[in-house]
Design a protein around this ligand. Structure first.
Ligand code: CDP
Ligand code: CDP
Length: 245
């Protein structure tokens, strides 16, 4: 049956998935789904409820009862910053609470991989992702989108950068948001630990799909990467047309 195309963007922490996925979606007029935000929202909810991270059955129950919403809201002109000049702002809600900011905290970041490795959590969130994306016309980013959530996606991108580059970007994010600065050594260590956890877990680990196009982003600007992916998408769209002629 005829659904719209799906763009899957996977890769490790700080590769630029969220930033680039939003821009690609906006440029192509597609929707955008940040699956990492869903794992982060659940992690925040578990911590808020005071549930132990290894209490898998209590976490499974909480997840099955939680409502996650991802919304795109127009931004006021005055709120636009040079780093974030897109007219739409992504917001994340769980059980009626706006958690857009809090899910980016060091505490949530430190715990999210442990929660995301739990089978019941993945089963529930993957089901929601597949429901939201089943009509296509969407850019979906995460760790297992091209390998597991949408293995039939029309375009699969594996976005990477060196650990040093990704740590530098994270530190710049902290500076831009006027948050306490964390050393590059610490950030590199955190990123490496999360890379290892995400790529060695039993269920749907972070892996490049065999048919994904790898894009190494060291030294490239956000605009460079966005344009590259948009061009790949347009090329792909052009193929069936040229065959019809
Ligand atoms: O933005 P950042 O790359 O730091 O992480 P994220 O994309 O927000 O994802 C946070 C965490 O959620 C990852 O480290 C993974 O443990 C988990 N995740 C996952 O397991 N599967 C996905 N499809 C997306 C995220
Ligand atoms: O979602 P993921 O963890 O892969 O990355 P992100 O949350 O989008 O963060 C990437 C950070 O690197 C953002 O601060 C971007 O402004 C910056 N950046 C980028 O995304 N792409 C580049 N080519 C250069 C910088």
């Amino acid at each position: 049956y005829n659904r719209q195309p799906i763009v899957a963007i996977d890769g490790p922490a700080g590769a630029g998935k969220s930033t680039v996925a939003r821009r690609v979606a906006q440029s192509l007029g597609l929707m955008h789904l940040d699956t990492g935000a869903m794992y982060r929202a659940v992690t925040w909810r578990v911590m808020e409820a005071g549930i132990d991270l290894d209490n898998e059955s209590a976490i499974a129950e909480l997840v099955s009862q939680s409502q996650i919403y991802l919304t795109n809201e127009p931004q006021a002109e005055s709120a636009l910053t040079p780093q974030d000049s897109l007219p739409l702002r992504y917001r994340v809600w769980i059980d009626g609470e706006d958690v857009t900011q809090v899910i980016r905290s060091q505490e949530v970041t430190g715990n999210v991989s442990a929660i995301a490795a739990q089978p019941a959590v993945r089963r529930e969130l993957v089901k929601q992702q597949q429901q939201w994306g089943c009509q296509g016309g969407i850019v979906v980013e995460g760790r297992d989108i091209g390998t597991h959530v949408f293995p039939d996606a029309e375009l699969k991108i594996f976005l990477t950068a060196s650990v040093q580059e990704r740590a530098r970007r994270r530190q710049q994010d902290l500076k831009d948001q006027e948050l306490p600065i964390v050393s590059l050594e610490q950030l590199e260590q955190d990123i490496q630990q999360r890379d290892i956890r995400d790529s060695t877990r039993a269920l749907a680990p972070l892996r490049k799909a065999t048919d994904a196009i790898e894009v190494v982003t060291d030294g490239l600007s956000i605009t460079d990467v966005t344009e590259h992916i948009v061009n790949l998408y347009r090329t792909l769209q052009a193929i069936p047309l040229s065959l019809e002629v």
